[in-house]
Design a protein around this ligand. Structure first.
Ligand code: IVH
Length: 674
């Protein structure tokens, strides 16, 4: 009888959901793994026999088979803001003062203090109780749809738990939070990667963010991702407070971090922050601070937001974690542009989620200033950035007979005499054929933000350069003619060579802006490459442009334009580009044909602070619609968009009679055009 089967399927799903909740959210499993597997097997069997009964929220449907080609863009109904940071007591008290002065006098203000989870933010959209879509934060306004990947995370309910005590209808809600990896899971993952010779992740945060962008949900499912949720948003429902929302989220079956606290005064807030900081090392996951939120949703609304951050919340950043260790040796590393940087080789220590064995010493001036020497006992620190640094020398423990560090005279990789430009702190190796520069350029070319060639990392590049398979970027695309020779290299199996070769072919689809970034032109970072690519549309137009023409582009300064010109003046570089063109890389953007709209060929000046976007984001939107963004107001300007605290540009626009629009009018224009 189909009715009976249907009922059993529903029942099994409910039971499995409950066990998932107990295991992944509460961490209190009540059945053995075998018993759990038996339930899953029974459900799988019934669903296989009755495929018409499979629903997307079934626990068997967590891991999809389809590969994601491009992540679709999703616009956030409510922008995903970021938080302003505070670093000490005074700044926290300032925040409290600002909150008080913006609210009617005498209002009672309460705060919720939560840990600031160091992961990747996510937004989950549930309709009628079912997970519909999941998206990354992106630029805060538009994110990428990563539903298939998020569905694999067992602590994220595919269906919200029913609970009689919930009074709200919750038919259309957004739940936001953070995807993260537990420190132990991260270490295990990295160990496995090391054994397979794969590139290691720098920390749990990068590892989570990288995993979410994988194109194969089956691979994602094998990574130990987790999620903490902390924000509940509904367009048509009023909520009381953040504290109540956290309780509500818990009842709905979400994994809510339990370290949150309701505080009645700012002193209590400070205490809660300090307590969290003390607890930091004993937690299973990484936190980099506390988040303080005004509890009342009504008060949050009065406070609103400025630029990209709410006025009702702030982050309290913890001090960077520090450790003691010893510098065994100071080595000099040659970067892809020839800069020679000192590196401290350390006795390995565990710090903030990973084992540190090297730290940057920045430049020789830094070494002199801190008098850093080989053999010294030092304090190292990992701040916001991934690479740790040496903060201080423990002079009382300095070994007798230690000598001050000397600057290098020749390049450690090729022996060429080094050059130190006037007024710069860095030493340079000017030999473009220096093997370390060659390796550095190739690494940059293949890296994730550039051509994104999976598998072509530091170790393989080193090997291929030493074996003379690779010299310039263009050689990468000739590797396919050397398949047999590559397979013959010990360590590389047939399968991994084929995977690499197909990743290389795949990289030919990277858009022009990424190719331009991959070329590694000095000062041309990912952002500048995007601007240049949008402006010129093709590499030929760029090669033919004058230096003045390049530097007239909004936010492209003289050092970038000079460096671009110099790069294209080199015959060797032009030859490489020609070879890459023949291989089929994108050297022009297939510009979408943008329909004529309010922005077409109009020039805009942005001034003051916008509340919904950064100026950069607003600028990109204008460019995407065919408009231009210029930095100063002139008679040729068509519109000036004036945010809060706009200054002299606004006055100038008024005096020239240029049309001035508010942020709201700008948003209306965007909606009309797009
Ligand atoms: S609240 C408007 N709460 O920190 C409120 N954020 O710069 C914005 N984060 O992008 C977020 N733990 O990804 C909030 N308990 C927490 C958080 C948290 C981590 C992240 C979040 C956000 C960033 C803020």
């Amino acid at each position: 009888m189909p009715g009976k089967v249907e009922k059993r399927i529903e029942e099994l799903r409910e039971i499995i959901r409950e066990h998932d909740y107990k295991y992944y959210v509460l961490a209190e499993p009540v059945i053995s793994d075998q018993e759990y597997d038996a339930l899953i097997k029974e459900l799988e069997k019934l669903e296989a026999e009755n495929p018409q009964l499979i629903t997307p929220d079934s626990p068997t449907q967590r891991v999809g088979k389809d590969l994601t080609k491009d992540f679709k863009q999703v616009e956030h109904k409510v922008p995903m803001l970021s938080l302003a940071n505070t670093y000490n007591e005074e700044e926290l008290f300032d925040f409290d003062r600002r909150v008080r002065s913006a609210l009617p006098e005498g209002e009672k203000i309460e705060y919720v203090v939560e840990p600031k989870i160091d992961g990747a933010s996510v937004s989950l959209h549930y309709v009628n109780g079912y997970l519909q879509t999941a998206a990354t934060r992106g630029d805060g306004t538009v994110g990428e749809e990563i539903t298939a990947n998020v569905k694999t995370i067992r602590s994220v309910p595919l269906k919200i738990k029913e609970n009689k005590s919930i009074k709200n209808s919750l038919s259309d809600i957004e739940v936001r939070g953070e995807i993260f990896m537990k420190i132990n899971d991260f270490r295990k993952l990295n160990k496995e990667r090391e054994e397979k010779g794969e590139k290691l992740f720098a920390n749990p945060r990068n590892s989570s963010a990288g995993t979410l962008k994988l194109q194969d949900p089956q691979l994602v499912a094998r990574r130990p991702l987790n999620a903490f949720l902390y924000q509940l948003i509904s367009v048509d429902e009023e909520f009381e407070s953040q504290y109540d929302n956290l309780q509500l989220l818990k009842k709905m079956g979400f994994n809510v971090n339990r370290e949150f606290k309701l505080c009645k005064t700012i002193d209590e807030v400070l205490m809660a922050c300090r307590e969290l900081e003390e607890k930091r090392d004993s937690l299973e996951y990484e936190i980099d601070g506390a988040v303080i939120k005004v509890n009342s949703v009504r008060q949050q609304k009065i406070l609103g937001s400025i630029a990209k951050s709410p006025r009702w919340a702030v982050a309290f950043k913890f001090k960077a974690k520090q450790e003691f260790t010893t510098i065994n040796k100071i080595t000099w590393q040659v970067g892809r542009t020839g800069t020679v940087t000192p590196v401290a080789e350390l006795t390995p220590v565990f710090l903030s989620g990973s084992t540190i064995s090297r730290a940057t010493l920045h430049n020789f001036d830094e070494i002199t200033r801190k008098d850093i020497r080989e053999g010294d006992r030092v304090v190292i620190e990992k701040g916001g950035e991934v690479i740790p640094k040496v903060v201080a020398v423990v002079l009382s423990e300095r070994k007798p007979g230690s000598k001050p560090t000397k600057p290098p005279e020749v390049c450690p990789a090729c022996g060429t005499s080094l050059f130190k430009p006037e007024g710069e702190v860095a030493y340079y190796c000017e030999n473009t054929e220096c093997p370390d520069q060659i390796k550095g350029r190739l690494e940059h070319f293949a890296a994730r933000g550039a051509m994104d060639i999976e598998g072509l990392g530091e170790a393989l590049i080193e090997l291929f350069v030493d074996k003379k398979f690779l010299h310039t970027y263009a050689d990468i695309y000739d590797l396919k003619n050397k398949r047999e020779e590559l397979i013959a290299i010990e360590r590389l199996g047939e399968k991994s060579v084929d995977n690499l070769l197909s990743a290389i072919e795949e990289s030919k689809n990277q858009p022009f802006a990424k190719v331009l970034f991959a070329l590694g032109i000095r000062y041309v970072g990912a952002g500048a490459a995007r601007k240049l690519a949008t402006h010129f549309n093709s590499i030929d137009a760029m090669i033919n442009a004058s230096e003045e023409e390049i530097s007239e582009i909004h936010e492209i300064g003289p050092s970038i334009s000079g460096s671009v010109k110099k790069f294209f003046a080199s015959e060797a570089n032009i030859k490489i580009i020609d070879r890459l063109k023949k291989h089929g890389l994108n050297f022009s953007s297939q510009k979408e044909i943008i329909k004529e709209n309010l922005f077409t060929s109009k020039s805009f000046v942005l001034t003051g602070t916008l509340s919904g976007f950064s100026r950069e984001d607003a600028g990109e939107k204008i460019l995407a619609l065919g408009g231009k963004v210029v930095s100063s107001v002139s008679k040729k300007t068509d519109f000036v968009i004036a945010g809060e605290n706009a200054g002299s540009k606004l006055d100038k626009a008024k005096s020239l009679g240029i049309k001035i629009i508010t942020e709201e009018e700008f948003i209306n224009m965007l909606n009309e055009a797009g």
